[in-house]
Design a binder for this molecule. Structure first.
Ligand code: FAD
Ligand code: SIN
Length: 515
């Protein structure tokens, strides 16, 4: 199936859908999406979307909190765009029918999450992403200029004279196709699934990052992987997220004796930034030799069940009562701060290729993302990328201070790992706590796997082969970046370099591959 469009959008989460809606005013859009919108990270989002809309809030305050969480690496110009343009796009979502919760006065009810200095998070109970996906998805579905091809996996990008001119794809039925387009947007989301323990759905394999890396696009800041502190940790159950909004409404982290412990490690207690909470939990588990728990038993059960119905239902399915039980929790990979390096308009280092949302790296989150800023980023930068895709081409204004050129590993004929092997390796060696020896060994193993001849041509392989290719490719880029950064900052923690080192490392670094 060969298709022609003015614009190609790969990905049907918040970034891809928002971009497609703008692009449809200027031409015909083809949108490829690998799965049902409910299975995107957008569909999974719980806590909400941050925007400076409250009477005690301002874009300046939102920027200050975002930059404080970002460990010195948030790009101020990107933060400025996010916080200033965010409210307008969130209001637009409301105009389009997003049913966010409201307070008694009819204004959007604003939730509290860690490291936000005021209540700032709009939410639709505890299933905000599902509501946003519903609104954007139905708008795109009814738009005659957007052709959505569902169950279509993009397998590789085309380059013509160094510029991106579209992509190949394969459908669930095995039919192969090609889309030719003047401009292509990668909005394929994150790659949490490269880790064995993750809050992300199985679709989050980082395909777009892997595809962009293969055509030489710059990939920035991949060492910064956010581990969410409170994923349910029950043998045999999925790592269901227990939203930070629970702590925003008063939930406490306690040890096996029922003692709150966060203040022992962090002055901000349960509402410290995620990286600090996650590491404090590991320290408490090590100190006590026992699990840690989240509890809401001291709060009004009617409030808890009314405010968090989806989480309560997920808990009930595994025999837990959200309002009364202690819920076993531990950190799990949640969000990629890094990705395909873009400027403020989604341009990458490859002409004709744009990126937005979690697959992209504008630098807005620095080394650690502030809760609920990701949906906002997808909305704002999805729309901005769409605007830039309609303008005459011009070079991107990228920001990384260092670019490392490296060959795509090749030539080693070895066994191909299973997805489980790759994900377990990543979790063990490139997880919350990292150190040189394990990182070096992991980089070498991943290089051999990428180099295995069968993996060099993922486009012609089976669906599983392609999936493993994305996992090893993105895993390798994450591990390389984590090995290179010999300091600890934000979500990247090296036990052998536990201090932040602004003298040498206060910078963004990108990898650029060549064959
Ligand atoms: P996604 O929503 O992940 O969409 C990616 C799309 O790309 C999907 O449609 C997928 O099918 C498609 N795709 C992928 N690969 C291919 C391919 N090869 N070919 C074709 N299509 C492809 N952020 C917040 O701001 N607030 C929250 O409350 C919040 N809660 C979260 C809760 C959970 C459990 C998780 C996992 C994340 C949460 N996040 C939250 C993060 C946020 O949801 C994501 O960062 C954001 O939704 C990413 O949007 P996106 O459009 O970039 O990607
Ligand atoms: C959560 O609800 O805790 C997730 C919010 C986010 O990742 O921004």
């Amino acid at each position: 199936m060969d298709l022609d469009g003015d614009f190609l959008v790969i990905g049907g989460g918040i970034a891809g859908l928002r971009a497609a809606l703008s692009l449809s005013d200027a031409g015909d859009v083809i949108l490829l999406t690998k799965g049902d919108p409910s299975e995107s990270n957008t569909g999974y989002a719980q806590g909400g979307i941050a925007a400076a809309l409250g009477p005690d809030d301002s874009p300046e305050l939102h920027a200050r909190d975002t930059i404080a969480a970002g460990g010195g690496l948030s790009v101020p110009a990107a933060v400025d765009v996010l916080v200033r343009e965010g409210p307008r796009y969130v209001r637009e979502l409301v105009e389009w029918g997003a049913a966010f919760d409201r307070d008694e006065s009819g204004a959007p009810a604003l939730g509290r999450e860690a490291a936000h200095s005021v209540r700032r998070v709009l939410h639709a109970r505890d299933a905000t992403g599902r509501e946003i996906a519903r609104v954007l998805g139905s708008r795109a579905g009814g738009n005659p200029h957007i052709r959505v091809i569902g169950d279509a996996v993009a397998t590789g990008l085309h380059l013509t004279g160094g510029a991106c001119t579209g992509a190949n794809f394969v459908t669930a039925a095995g039919e192969r196709g090609r889309v030719a387009a003047d401009a292509t947007l990668v909005a394929t989301g994150g790659a949490g699934y490269i880790f064995r323990e993750t809050t992300n759905p199985a679709l989050a394999t980082g395909d777009g990052i892997a595809m962009a890396a293969r055509v030489g696009a710059r990939i920035m800041d991949l060492e910064f992987v956010q581990f969410h502190p409170t994923a349910l940790d029950l043998d045999g159950s999925p790592r269901f997220l227990l939203s930070e909004a629970l702590r925003g409404e008063g939930a406490r982290l306690v040890n096996h004796l029922g003692e709150p412990f966060m203040e022992r490690y962090e002055p901000a207690g349960d509402l410290a930034p995620r990286d600090l909470v996650a590491r404090a939990m590991v320290r408490e588990m090590t100190r006590t030799g026992a699990p840690v728990y989240l509890t809401m038993a001291h709060l009004d059960p009617a409030f808890v069940l009314g405010r968090f119905p989806a989480i309560a239902l997920a808990c009930a399915r595994v025999g837990l009562d959200l309002a009364h039980d202690r819920l076993p929790v531990s950190p799990a990979a949640h969000y990629m701060m890094g990705g395909i390096e873009t400027d403020l308009d989604g341009r990458t280092s490859v002409a004709g290729l744009f990126a937005a949302g979690e697959a992209a790296c504008t630098g807005v989150h620095g080394a650690n993302r502030l809760a609920s800023n990701s949906l906002l980023e997808g909305l704002v930068f999805g729309a901005r990328a769409a605007a830039a895709m309609q303008r005459p081409p011009r070079p991107s204004a990228l920001r990384s201070e260092g670019v490392v050129d490296a060959p795509l590993p090749g030539g080693s004929a070895g066994p191909i790992p299973t997805a489980h092997i790759v994900r377990s390796l990543m979790w063990r060696s490139v997880g919350l706590l990292r150190e040189r020896r394990a990182l070096e060994a992991t980089v070498r193993r991943l290089e051999r796997w990428i180099g295995a001849a069968t993996l060099r041509e993922p486009e012609s392989g089976s669906a599983e082969r392609r999936r493993v290719f994305s996992l090893v490719m993105v895993g390798w880029l994450v591990a390389r970046a984590a090995l290179r950064r010999e300091e600890s900052r934000g979500a990247h923690f090296r036990t052998d370099f536990p201090e932040r080192d602004d003298l040498h490392w206060n910078k963004h670094i990108s990898d650029r591959l060549y064959v």
